[in-house]
Design a protein around this ligand. Sequence first.
Ligand SMILES: [Zn+2]
Length: 111
Amino acid sequence: MHFLRRLFGGNDNRDRDGAIHLYVECGRCHAVVHVRVDPRNDLTPEYGDSDDLVGYRLIKEIMDSRCFRLMRAEIEYDARRREIKRTIEGGAFITRDEYEQRRSSSSPSRD
Ligand SMILES: [Zn+2]
């Protein structure tokens, strides 16, 4: 576990087993979804012109359990697996705190 901690740094998006946790909100029905990603399976290495590793790309399709619309998250990492940028189609990234709050409140989203 020490190895993974060092490998992935202090980013709290990742827990002790090295997994990446994504929290997203559906852009249509505003349901919140939590997805656990295993970087060993889901990160695709990307190579530059001289075959050197330039980074990783994660593409994850996420479906909420309310309207079942598919969202598509794409996250880019550098060669050390530090996140560079993230985009999502059909929804929005939220924080873990927002996710916990929204999930525990039974009232629908205000907007
Ligand atoms: Zn939805």
